[in-house]
Design a protein around this ligand. Structure first.
Ligand SMILES: Nc1ncnc2c1ncn2[C@@H]1O[C@H](COP(=O)(O)OP(=O)(O)O)[C@@H](O)[C@H]1O
Ligand SMILES: O=P(O)(O)OC[C@H]1O[C@](O)(COP(=O)(O)O)[C@@H](O)[C@@H]1O
Length: 315
């Protein structure tokens, strides 16, 4: 069982253009689609599509139209009732796969909402292998919200607690790295650089630079880091070693959900008992599959790209 928490879900509206976006102009759009999104929900959708049990925890008002999209996704969910409706995030894609994203802040949570979410995650996590804490925090949650969740789950289950994966950025990620001792983090290269307060602009060897930064955190504060690099693939660093690989060439439709799908791919391989190289390979395959699908469509095993993915060790 893989449990996910999405504190800040999003109805993802993707608009496809037939030409590159021209800011300030009126342009014809070809099509639009809607997906129940947000990072944890996306991870759960990919995990469910692979036939593995998952529960997605999220705050959701009883009368929120988002629930129809969530039900259509088929993911098993535990809803924590709140006041206010899920935000809508807009993505614009063009024929070259260039993706422009506009993300709203989300519904503000009160103290009682925060407490109810923590309790719901603790209850859902009983017997789970992994708990995934993913996405931005809505107003009212506080930068150390993920640390609060991690402590509550570990207090409740001790050695039987699920392993913890975190996909966050900015202050929320910094707080988790400072005191949450997560088993896995999944930043992209920019989020990792922001965390370490370094610039990547002139990195000539991106995987090597990313490894050097990640080594400051792994294994002292974090069990492992899966750092995704967009079209350049990903780097995996754990206490035993470091590896990198690039994705096969694909036709990009929308990169939204690629990072979430890579995390899901990693967790699916981990749940099968696979070692780091296969976890990285699966992460890259799932990320590439997501990027080749429209909108925030969750890839299933039959969407994975063909072709071998060569893993290179880094030292
Ligand atoms: N243009 C692309 N071509 C092929 N694979 C891609 C592309 N963009 C992303 N991916 C795949 O998706 C993964 C996650 O993408 P990334 O953009 O780094 O995530 P995030 O959405 O978290 O920023 C990458 O590691 C890669 O495997
Ligand atoms: O919680 P955040 O950081 O605002 O991001 C939410 C957005 O990111 C997504 O989860 C996609 O994330 P990735 O492209 O990083 O995989 C969308 O579904 C959602 O609109």
């Amino acid at each position: 069982m893989i449990v996910t928490l999405t504190a800040n879900p999003a109805l993802d509206r993707t608009i496809t253009l037939e030409a590159p976006l021209r800011p300030g102009d009126v342009q014809a759009a070809v099509s639009a689609r809607e997906d129940a999104g947000g990072k944890g929900i996306n991870v759960s959708r990919v995990v469910a599509a692979a036939g593995v049990d998952t529960i997605a925890v999220l705050p959701l008002a009883d009368d929120d139209p988002f629930d129809a999209a969530l039900r259509a996704s088929g993911v098993v969910a535990r809803r924590v009732p709140i006041a206010g409706h899920v935000r809508e995030n807009v993505t614009i894609t063009d024929p070259a796969g260039v993706t422009t994203k506009l993300n709203l802040p989300g519904v503000a949570l009160g103290e009682a909402d925060v407490a109810a979410i923590v309790d719901t995650v603790v209850a859902a996590s009983e017997g789970a292998r992994w708990l995934v804490l993913a996405g931005s925090l809505p107003p009212g949650a506080g930068d150390s919200f993920y640390v609060q969740v991690i402590e509550a789950v570990r207090d409740a289950y001790g050695d039987a607690a699920p392993r913890i994966a975190v996909d966050a950025s900015g202050a929320a990620l910094a707080a988790v790295v400072a005191s949450g001792r997560p088993d896995l983090i999944k930043p992209n290269d920019e989020e990792l650089a922001e965390l370490a307060d370094v610039a990547l602009d002139d990195a000539r060897d991106l995987p090597r630079t990313v490894l050097d930064i990640a080594r400051r955190l792994v294994p002292s504060s974090v069990g492992a880091a899966l750092v995704t690099l967009g079209a350049h693939g990903a780097v995996l660093v754990d206490g035993d070693g470091a590896w990198t690989a690039v994705p096969p060439r694909i036709r990009v439709a929308s990169t939204v959900g690629a990072g979430d799908s890579s995390l899901a791919g990693y967790l699916l391989a981990a749940a099968e008992g696979e070692g780091p190289e296969e976890r990285l390979r699966r992460a890259i395959r799932y990320g590439a599959a997501a990027a080749s699908l429209p909108g925030t469509q969750a890839p299933s095993p039959r969407d994975l790209p063909d072709g071998a993915i060569a893993i290179a060790g880094l030292s």
